[in-house]
Design a protein around this ligand. Sequence first.
Ligand SMILES: *[C@@H]1O[C@H](CO)[C@@H](O)[C@H](O)[C@H]1NC(C)=O
Ligand SMILES: *[C@@H]1O[C@H](CO)[C@@H](O)[C@H](O)[C@H]1NC(C)=O
Ligand SMILES: *[C@@H]1O[C@H](CO)[C@@H](O)[C@H](O)[C@H]1NC(C)=O
Ligand SMILES: *[C@@H]1O[C@H](CO)[C@@H](O)[C@H](O)[C@H]1NC(C)=O
Ligand SMILES: *[C@@H]1O[C@H](CO)[C@@H](O)[C@H](O)[C@H]1NC(C)=O
Length: 473
Amino acid sequence: MTEKGYNSGLLSFLILVGSLVLCPCRPHGYRGKSLEDVTKELSNYSAIAQKIINLAVHGKAQNRSYERLAAFTDTVGNRVSGSRNLDLAIKYMYNALKQDGLENVHLEPVKIPHWVRGQESAVMVLPRNHTLSILGLGSSVGTPKEGIEAEVLVVESFDDLKKRASEAKGKIVVYNQPFVSYGETVAYRTSGASEAAKVGAVASLIRSITPFSINSPHTGWQWYQPGVPQIPTACITVEDAQMMARMAHRGTKIVVRLTMGAQNLADVDSFNTVAEIIGSERPEQVVLLSGHLDSWDVGQGAMDDGGGMAISWEALSLIKDLGLRPKRTLRAVLWSAEEAGGVGAMQYYQQHKANITNFDLVMESDMGTFAPIGLQFTGSDKARAIMAEIMKLLAPINVTSLEKHGEGTDINMWMQAGVPGASLHTADSKYFWFHHTEGDTMTVQNPEEMNLCSAVWAVVSYVVADLDEMLPR
Ligand SMILES: *[C@@H]1O[C@H](CO)[C@@H](O)[C@H](O)[C@H]1NC(C)=O
Ligand SMILES: *[C@@H]1O[C@H](CO)[C@@H](O)[C@H](O)[C@H]1NC(C)=O
Ligand SMILES: *[C@@H]1O[C@H](CO)[C@@H](O)[C@H](O)[C@H]1NC(C)=O
Ligand SMILES: *[C@@H]1O[C@H](CO)[C@@H](O)[C@H](O)[C@H]1NC(C)=O
Ligand SMILES: *[C@@H]1O[C@H](CO)[C@@H](O)[C@H](O)[C@H]1NC(C)=O
């Protein structure tokens, strides 16, 4: 993740020049208050922060984000890009946001991928019959109707695959890479198929990207490289990958029959779903809070990313219920098709980047809504210093830490263009246990933890939106 591009550097320079001459005509109204003055201004917000916390954690809104999320996921279920369920989910949320009395509730059109899984199965037929638990990977092609039956080549890494390239032709490559971290190990899911195809494999099976398993496959999107044959690809369980690795190590011949009915259909129409509390003084300036509305086609998509979208909605509800209206607009955006590669958010960026100087802060929650630990933040040193002061308002719930590296597929392009960005950091040590599996259900969520996440989201977004000045870039 790059923090600053050329444009934001230029922008910072212009802001600096502007603040030196105190020009009142700058688009975003930033005059460069000193940190000391902003800190004084912030001391006015501790009572409001306490009110928000009380309502979310102890008051009438206790457990509301959890209850709303449960009603939503129990009703709609999972909602993969391009599916009828995603359409239903968008309608559901549009109506719910309207009924809640939020402002400017509307849908913004986007085009999204439409991949369908179809029937799929995999059986190890040698050295013994064993059904493999699999999930095809998003954008994978299918197999012929009768499936592909081939001998298996087990590799432990891309390097291992290169060394054994001469053995790969006509085989099904099984990757049994160790889990290092999601960020690093996910490369096997995203490009394992193309790497295997380059050395002549007919299919690839990838050990699920997870540190823990009870024989559950974890799906996810994958990308074919241009000019490389497209071979079917699925994830298998850690258990099956390790077993086949042991068998191969003993010199045992392994044969697998893979059958996948997957298809890539034409892109379909969809929407990013938007709700606001319109700013009282600078309505064109925006603090954006977000989570994604789509999910994988397994489980309920409660954790990924039902929780993130539920707290983004809840933050606006809390502020509305307290009769608060910040100076700038608070905008919740529920993205479409994040799982297909941030597709809805990328189109939102293209549609709205003309107004980039009016984006004060972009926020995303997409790493779970477990017990909150702090915020991860990307922005200038001065913006960071202000954010660190704002976090002190969360002392009543002990969530005061401001960390480095705001992250999130859906807000990255804004941050790369110089807009300050924040992501929610929670006690996510079990996140990848459930990620993209049948296990991602409401059972993973906890109402009290979601109350705390909602309070963090509401306090930070409200205060940033209400300060005299936008965050400096
Ligand atoms: C705090 O709020 C009061 C009343 O709204 C206002 O008069 C005062 O200027 C504020 N102080 C700062 C430092 O912003
Ligand atoms: C909120 O959830 C907690 C934990 O399940 C429970 O103890 C509490 O009674 C709930 N509060 C309300 C208002 O339902
Ligand atoms: C596996 O099952 C098939 C079909 O049921 C059977 O023909 C075959 O003998 C079995 N293979 C082994 C190794 O047991
Ligand atoms: C830019 O902001 C102005 C003022 O709020 C608004 O009227 C316009 O629709 C916005 N344009 C885009 C592309 O978001
Ligand atoms: C507050 O949070 C810190 C860091 O997350 C933790 O070490 C500490 O135990 C917490 N204190 C309380 C009172 O919960």
